[in-house]
Design a binder for this molecule. Structure first.
Ligand code: FAD
Length: 302
């Protein structure tokens, strides 16, 4: 998953050159209508700002999401990454290393991490790797670090991650201290993206009768598109300009993956790591008499 915006990248680079791991929750990224604040700590008891009405999850349901960029500084951690990803993180060949989020099933924090295409930043030194770590349950004690994730420093989060990577426990403190820099970020509004939405939750980009302003971004309504994508924001900007200025230009169509059975089948195959479904022979014979059998085979589902 790509990190949003350049702000965090720049801050991360800054930290890289400075003292090392960040203290806990150095950044607070609020993805709804609020801006990014830097340097503030989130007190452990702070439930975060009230969820926005509408697209927000509502009282009691809102859960902050925590995500941390981590930079490895030497050759100690990358072999563990390679062992799991089966790809050399230093190949720098334009390929993803983990190919999406790698979720640690047994992690109390429900930790996921991914190692995208490297180098992640233009100025990234050749001997460093940038990782993205997230936790869905940041209020539970970890498996190695017995503290809630949201109370942890970057070094403590690194320790927990190394534990799940399989680093021998006696080596963890030193490797976490010297071989990585981790910058914790709490995103109190992040789950707002994932909540169910109704058509009237968000304002239309150009509401009826409006001639001189528009709503842009993830919390404006545009037909059929899915939020949590940069495409969505770009589309809202195009729609706003074309509508307000009467520009006769079409906004690029939303890709109709939700209605395309081939996309569904491909997704099933990928989500099963291409492990084929064993169907009883009589059922398969029946399916093979129809187009469905051919499609299931073509996309690797059976
Ligand atoms: C962890 C995470 C992973 C993601 N991964 C992906 C991905 O893989 N692919 C993908 O397509 N999308 C991804 N996204 C979503 C994508 O990053 C966002 O949808 C996109 O950045 C939104 O762009 P935007 O320009 O609408 O808003 P933003 O990038 O949020 O920009 C809004 C800007 O407005 C500024 N601002 C806010 N209030 C004020 C104010 N009052 N005055 C002045 N400035 C203000 C903010 O500081 C910010 O710079 C991800 C998001 C997150 C949080």
């Amino acid at each position: 998953m790509r990190a949003p915006g350049g702000g965090r990248a720049a801050a991360h680079a800054r930290l890289d050159l400075a003292t090392g791991h960040a203290p806990r929750a150095v950044h607070r990224i609020e993805t709804a209508s609020r801006s990014i604040r830097r340097g503030g700590q989130v007190p452990p008891s702070d439930p975060g700002p009230t969820a926005p009405e509408g697209p927000g999850p509502g009282p009691g349901l809102r859960r902050a999401r925590e995500g941390e960029p981590l930079t490895t500084l030497d050759g100690k951690i990358p072999p563990y990454i390679q062992k799991i990803a089966q790809r050399d993180p230093f190949a720098f060949n334009g390929r993803q290393v983990t190919g999406g989020l790698s979720t640690i099933r047994d992690s109390a924090w429900v930790m996921s991490w991914n190692c995208e295409r490297q180098p992640h930043f233009k100025a990234q030194p050749k001997d460093q790797i940038v990782i993205w770590i997230t936790g869905q349950q940041d209020d539970r004690p970890g498996d190695f670090v017995k503290k809630p994730m949201r109370e942890c420093t970057g070094e403590e989060i690194t320790r927990e991650w190394l534990y799940h990577l399989g680093v021998p426990t006696e080596q963890i403190p030193e490797i976490a201290a010297k071989s990585a820099i981790c910058l914790p970020c709490i995103m109190p509004f992040c789950t707002a993206f994932f909540m169910p939405r109704r058509t009237d939750d968000r304002p239309n980009i150009v509401p009826e009768h409006v001639v001189n302003f528009a709503f842009l971004g993830q919390f404006a309504e545009t037909e059929r598109d899915t939020i949590f994508t940069t495409e969505y924001s770009v589309r809202t900007g195009m729609e706003a300009v074309y509508t307000l200025l009467n520009v006769e230009r079409a906004v690029p169509e939303v890709w109709g993956s939700a209605y395309d059975i081939r996309c569904w089948l491909k997704s099933i195959a990928v989500s099963r790591d291409y492990e084929k479904i064993e169907l009883p022979r009589p059922i398969m014979e029946l399916l093979d008499r129809t187009d469905i059998g051919g499609l299931l085979r073509k996309y690797g589902v059976v």
